[in-house]
Design a protein around this ligand. Structure first.
Ligand code: TMP
Length: 210
């Protein structure tokens, strides 16, 4: 029995992850591949509660950056063991809206938490587990943030200073450049072109892995 594959979509706010996920699911349908969708933080009942906590801008106290980091990994642990791994074992593919690369970019790049600290928590949580393919939608922070603002209602992290997103973006690019399982797509292109690039990447991956 062959295991399913884990495909992750990554990118900053306003990069167009949601519509790219629709392209991915449609492409998997065309290849007759069974899949489940997940999101992070979130994706299980407990992880969704953690998502609400970590995104809320209404806390009456400072959310420390260590708490933020632990909540991300607590959510990831719930999702990995209760949803992702059983699905992959059951031959289903999993499409993840964000995964570990987000923590490296936001908590590592944005919050400047040292890499060794994140690596040790990632080791405990993931035990070497890694996506088979990551589609990274690359967008300049000023473009992405203006799209996200136009959508309204920013969460606690989206309310950060511009410099925070510049660091997130730089870290995303650095991580994408050093990992062969990451396909980078220029998300400042027309939506049609971005979707075409996403479809091409998924088609090629399906053909290579079916
Ligand atoms: P989104 O999924 O609606 O984009 O919201 C998730 C927010 O949480 C987004 O601002 C990115 C942030 N985030 C992190 O900071 N670290 C993480 O590990 C993950 C998964 C998300």
């Amino acid at each position: 029995m062959s295991k399913g594959k884990f495909i992750v979509i990554e990118g900053m706010e306003g990069a167009g992850k949601s519509s790219a996920i629709k392209v991915i699911t449609k492409t998997l349908d065309e290849h007759n591949i069974a899949y489940q969708q997940t999101r992070e933080p979130g994706g299980t009942p407990l992880a969704e509660q953690l998502r609400t906590i970590v995104k809320s801008a209404d806390h009456q106290e400072v959310v420390t950056q260590e708490t933020e980091l632990f909540l991300m990994y607590a959510s990831r642990s719930q999702l990995l063991q209760n949803v992702i791994e059983p699905a992959l074992e059951g031959e289903q593919w999993v499409i993840g809206d964000r995964h570990d690369m987000s923590s490296r970019a936001y908590q590592g790049g944005g919050r400047k938490i040292c890499e060794a600290t994140i690596e040790s928590i990632a080791q405990v949580t993931l035990k070497g587990f890694k996506p088979d393919l990551t589609i990274y939608l690359d967008i300049e922070p000023q473009i992405g943030l203006s799209r996200a603002k136009a959508r309204g209602d920013l969460d606690r992290i989206e309310l950060e200073q511009f410099e925070f997103f510049e660091r997130v973006h730089a870290k995303y690019r650095q991580l994408a450049a050093q990992d062969k399982t990451v396909v980078t797509i220029d998300a400042s292109q027309s939506m049609e072109k971005v979707h075409q690039n996403v479809k091409q990447a998924i088609d090629a991956f399906c053909v290579a892995n079916k």
